[in-house]
Design a protein around this ligand. Structure first.
Ligand code: PGA
Length: 252
């Protein structure tokens, strides 16, 4: 089994460098007690370089929450994958639903996945539908997101890409989708990648995100057919995150 991957997506938190340092110290402690887990922290980009300096024996990896596909140029307000890599990020979230809601398209995600790979980072392509429909239209929606995101990924690079399935309706609360439904979606995700990229697609790492907390994380990892979790609001609550890491460590 792959070592489980936990991605702590801090989003636009906390609001000061002082608090970011404190949160990171607590996060490092929690990681130290969960050696069987690979931890990736996605802080606001402004904090990346300084936090990466204190990564704690190299056991924590860093992730940029969003970056542009161009290497440089007149893109006010943006940062590039290369800049993020230079600041210490080795992973890149691509197409998080909150970024898509601000206008990022499927075509953008395809370019960003390529740019992350070109910068020698591992893209975490986020996919997920806003609503579920009894007719199963959400499967088609997710398939289109996957096809666009993987469009320029050669088979030789498949194992560098991670898929984060995050149903939008499950983000920001306290209840995940059921692990059984996640299992079904994981099979669908693999099948879709195999269709476009061949048999190697079966080994792409899939992680789940959306209201993961200290109570439900172990069950999702055990029964959801995923090998990792993307954690939002609970990752910026040091106490809850520590309990979560501890419960996962007991699971692996
Ligand atoms: P949440 O966020 O854990 O707060 O639901 C997950 C995410 O949006 O990545």
């Amino acid at each position: 089994m792959m070592k489980p991957l936990v991605v702590a997506n801090w989003k636009m938190n906390p609001s000061s460098w002082r608090e970011a340092k404190q949160l990171f110290e607590a996060t490092k402690k929690a990681a130290g007690k969960a050696k069987g887990i690979s931890l990736v922290v996605a802080p606001p980009a402004l904090f990346l370089r300084e936090l990466a300096k204190g990564r704690g024996g190299g056991r924590i990896a860093f992730c940029v929450q969003s970056a542009h596909h161009e290497v440089g140029g007149a893109f006010t307000g943006e940062i590039s994958m290369r800049e993020a890599k230079d600041a210490g990020a080795s992973y890149a979230l691509v197409g998080h639903s909150e970024v898509r809601a601000r206008g990022a398209t499927n075509a953008d995600t395809g370019r960003q996945v390529s740019a992350a790979l070109a910068a020698k980072m591992r893209p975490i392509l986020c996919v997920g539908e806003a609503n579920r429909s009894p007719s199963g239209a959400h499967f088609g929606f997710v398939a289109a997101q996957l096809k666009a995101g993987f469009e320029n990924v050669p088979a030789s690079k498949l194992s560098d890409v991670i898929v984060a399935y995050e149903p939008i309706w499950a983000i920001g609360g306290e209840e995940t989708m059921s692990p059984r439904e996640m299992h079904e979606m994981a099979i669908f995700i693999r099948k879709t990648i195999v269709e476009t990229h061949g048999q190697k697609g079966i080994s792409v790492r899939i992680i789940y995100g959306g209201s993961v907390n200290e109570e439900n994380s172990d069950e999702m990892l055990r029964d959801g057919d995923v090998s990792g979790l993307l954690i939002g609001h609970v990752s910026v609550d040091a106490g809850r995150f520590s309990v979560l890491m501890h419960s996962l460590a007991n699971e692996v």
